[in-house]
Design a protein. Structure first.
Length: 178
C-alpha cells in the first residue's frame, strides 16, 4: 500500500488559495521539510490548473530540491481535456479520478504526493483518501480565499510532528487515524 500525502501551504485561517499572497518568507527549514516530503514520493497528482502553471515554470527552474524532483517524477493530472505542452512524465488521468487514486494507493511504490491543487486535494480529503497532511502554516491571516477544508466527511488525524521555522511558519505533519 502506498500513502497519499498532501503537501499544502496554508494561512492561519486555513486559506490555501494563492499562497504567494501570504507565504512571505521561505527559509532553510522549509526547504529541509520539503526535501523530506518529496524524498519518499515517486508519483505526483496535480489538478489541471496546477499542471498548466507548473508545466510552464518548473522545466526551466533551478530552484532546488523541487525542480529536479518535479521534472523527473511521474505526474498524473486530473483533467477532462488533453494536456498541452510536453512536460516529461505527465499524463492525464482517464476515467474517475478517485478510482484512479484508489488504484495508485493499492499498488506498490513510494508515496503519492499531492502538491497544491486545491480542488483535487479537497476532493481527496472529502473522499477520505489523504493518508498524510504535510502543512506549512504561514504566520499570516489571509482574510479571504478558498480554504483547504470545506464540507466533507469528518476525518481524524493524529499529530506526527510539528516545528516552528525561523520565519515563524509551522511545519505540521498529520497522519490519518485508521
Amino acid at each position: 500500500m502506498r500513502r497519499i500525502v498532501a503537501y499544502m501551504l496554508v494561512s492561519i485561517d486555513g486559506v490555501a488559495q494563492d499562497p504567494d499572497e501570504f507565504v512571505l518568507e521561505w527559509d532553510e527549514q522549509m526547504d529541509a521539510d520539503l526535501a523530506e516530503v518529496i524524498g519518499t514520493q515517486d508519483t505526483v497528482l496535480l489538478g489541471r490548473g496546477m499542471y498548466d502553471e507548473w508545466s510552464r515554470y518548473w522545466p526551466s527552474s533551478d530552484i532546488q530540491p523541487f525542480a529536479d524532483f518535479i521534472n523527473a517524477v511521474e505526474k498524473h493530472v486530473a483533467t477532462s481535456s488533453p494536456l498541452t505542452g510536453d512536460w516529461p512524465h505527465a499524463r492525464a488521468i482517464e476515467g474517475d479520478v478517485l478510482e484512479f487514486v484508489r488504484g495508485l494507493a493499492a499498488g506498490d511504490g513510494g508515496d503519492v504526493g499531492v502538491h497544491g491543487s486545491m480542488e483535487l486535494t479537497s476532493s481527496l480529503l472529502a473522499a477520505g483518501l489523504v493518508d498524510d497532511l504535510r502543512l506549512v502554516v504561514a504566520p499570516r491571516v489571509a482574510g479571504k480565499g478558498r480554504r483547504l477544508f470545506g464540507d466533507g466527511t469528518p476525518t481524524a488525524y493524529e499529530l506526527v510532528s510539528s516545528s516552528a521555522t525561523p520565519s515563524g511558519a509551522l511545519l505540521v505533519h498529520y497522519r490519518r487515524v485508521s
